[in-house]
Design a protein around this ligand. Structure first.
Ligand code: ATP
Length: 215
């Protein structure tokens, strides 16, 4: 049974760092599909600045033409703030208990995991694949919170086949792309060029709707 990747984020806006992460994970882990799930009101990060309709449409345009990539709007359509653990539990119920699931995270997001709601349950619901990210601390180093280190040490796998539907943690290299949505927003707010940091279709949408004109 081919595994499915689950990739959440504020995507404010989506950029090539996100898209390369998903593509390299899909290839490396043999994922049949990657679900992009834009966050509604991320409980641990404060409200995203850009309306969900815009963030959804930008993701839709960015992934158009990639048959493995899909947009999943459940979090922005939910009237309540969505926790990743609840989204994963819902997907697990829909897809069945045998289905291998991979939660895809950048290293900075992974290091914050112990601040997430019911975070230890995430390991019961999915495997977790972590992508190195320029600027994020090395995962093996002492910056990893003790609680996370304890949880991960039993679960960490080196590259190679991972069995079962959930429970392993894999740290993976990816082409380092030092791109962040924050830097893109800052560039656009000072009327700089964000070209080649994100797909043209997304940049066109941003200009059409006059997004990110102010910090
Ligand atoms: P912001 O700058 O607004 O915090 P961001 O660029 O970090 O945004 P998010 O939508 O918060 O984007 O990120 C979603 C996921 O993608 C997170 O797991 C994050 O770690 C990962 N990610 C984002 N950019 C990169 C990148 N350049 N390389 C690797 N992982 C990334």
């Amino acid at each position: 049974m081919h595994a499915i990747g689950i990739f959440g984020g504020t995507f404010d806006p989506i950029h090539f760092g996100h898209l390369r992460l998903a593509e390299e994970m899909a290839e490396g882990l043999g994922l049949a599909r990657v679900l992009f799930i834009p966050a509604g009101q991320p409980p641990h990060r404060g409200a995203p600045r850009t309306a969900a309709t815009h963030r959804l449409e930008m993701v839709r345009r960015a992934i158009a033409g990639n048959p493995r990539f899909e947009l999943d709007a459940r979090e922005v359509e939910s009237p309540r703030p969505s926790y990743t653990v609840d989204t994963l539990a819902a997907l697990r119920a829909e897809l069945g208990f045998e289905q291998p699931l991979w939660l895809l995270l950048g290293a900075d997001a992974f290091l914050e995991l112990p601040t997430w709601h019911e975070w230890r349950q995430l390991f019961e619901l999915a495997h977790i694949a972590v992508a190195a990210r320029p600027g994020a601390q090395l995962l093996q180093s002492e910056v990893m919170p003790e609680s996370l280190k304890n949880e991960v040490s039993q679960r960490q796998r080196t590259d190679g086949p991972v069995s079962g539907p959930a429970g392993s943690v894999l740290l993976r290299q990816m082409t380092p792309l030092d791109i962040s949505a924050t830097a893109i927003r800052d560039t656009l707010a000072r009327h700089g060029s964000a070209r080649y940091l994100l797909p043209d279709a997304v940049l066109d949408y941003i200009h059409e709707h006059q997004l990110y004109l102010h910090t």
